[in-house]
Design a protein around this ligand. Structure first.
Ligand SMILES: Cc1cc2nc3c(=O)[nH]c(=O)nc-3n(C[C@H](O)[C@H](O)[C@H](O)COP(=O)(O)OP(=O)(O)OC[C@H]3O[C@@H](n4cnc5c(N)ncnc54)[C@H](O)[C@@H]3O)c2cc1C
Length: 218
């Protein structure tokens, strides 16, 4: 995956096949609330206008990316046939996840901003933990006990990653040209230090992403 910061948001380009002949790209930037309101219909209306005129809009957005990489991005955008607009919905923290025989997993319980790329991981961790708890409990154990154990184990990790994602989202909001320049230099310097000093070999920077739910104490 490669990416570029622009003063308005962030662009990422990802190969989708082993031979690199299919690419996926995304561009994330803040948009004003739809004039028809912050509702499903309002966002569908916004989606239509955003996708109809997407090429000139995105080409302008990545205009600040210079050199060969900038040319590559523009070529990829111009060659794109299908584009979709996804508004980001998130659930507030602290919601209730279970009632009676029902437990919410994944986004249904804790949809978070996508800026740390952990939404799928969170849903899978939920599923692995729940199956482990069900397997370890006696057949007539009350579900409410299993669900509160699930809540106790999952909530701190989910809240932590949710807050990290929300924080990263804030950093990617619209900036002026000077702040954009400072961010680029800071990221470039941090990456240079990280790779040249071999910090990655020691697992620095992996943070909360490297985690095994099967090792969580139940
Ligand atoms: C723009 C964007 C970028 C993202 N990028 C990343 C990323 O890089 N990495 C990452 O890990 N995560 C990312 N995510 C988050 C990730 O997509 C979700 O966290 C993840 O898909 C949640 O999985 P889930 O199974 O809980 O829910 P979903 O994937 O939403 O699955 C729920 C399914 O239920 C179906 N459904 C809904 N209602 C009904 C019904 N009544 N009957 C039957 N079926 C129904 C839906 O159609 C859907 O298929 C991103 C999200 C967005 C919006």
């Amino acid at each position: 995956m490669t990416g570029a910061l622009t003063p308005h948001g962030v662009f990422a380009l990802v190969p989708c096949s082993a031979s690199n002949d299919t690419l996926f790209w995304m561009y994330s930037q803040g948009v004003p609330m739809p004039s028809a309101g912050n509702t499903r219909d309002g966002w569908e209306e916004h989606s239509k206008t955003a996708t109809e005129g997407f090429k000139p809009t995105i080409l302008t957005a990545v205009d600040s990316v210079q050199g060969n990489y900038g040319d590559l991005l523009k070529h990829v955008i111009k060659s794109t046939e299908v584009v979709k607009f996804y508004p980001i919905f998130r659930l507030p923290l602290g919601g209730k996840w279970s009632q009676g025989r029902c437990l919410l997993l994944g986004d249904a319980g804790h949809a978070m901003p996508p800026h740390v790329g952990q939404g799928v991981g969170m849903a899978l961790e939920d599923a692995f933990l729940l199956s482990r708890l069900l397997q370890a409990s006696p057949p007539n154990a009350p579900l409410s006990e299993i669900f509160s154990q699930f809540d106790r184990i999952r909530r701190p990790r989910i809240e932590k990653l949710y807050k990290q994602a929300a924080g990263k989202g804030e950093q990617r909001k619209e900036t002026g040209p000077w702040m954009h320049w400072v961010k680029e230099i800071a990221i470039w310097a941090a990456l240079l230090l990280y790779t040249s000093s071999g910090l990655y070999k020691w697992g620095f920077g992996e943070g909360d992403v490297v985690y095994d739910i099967d090792e969580a104490e139940v």
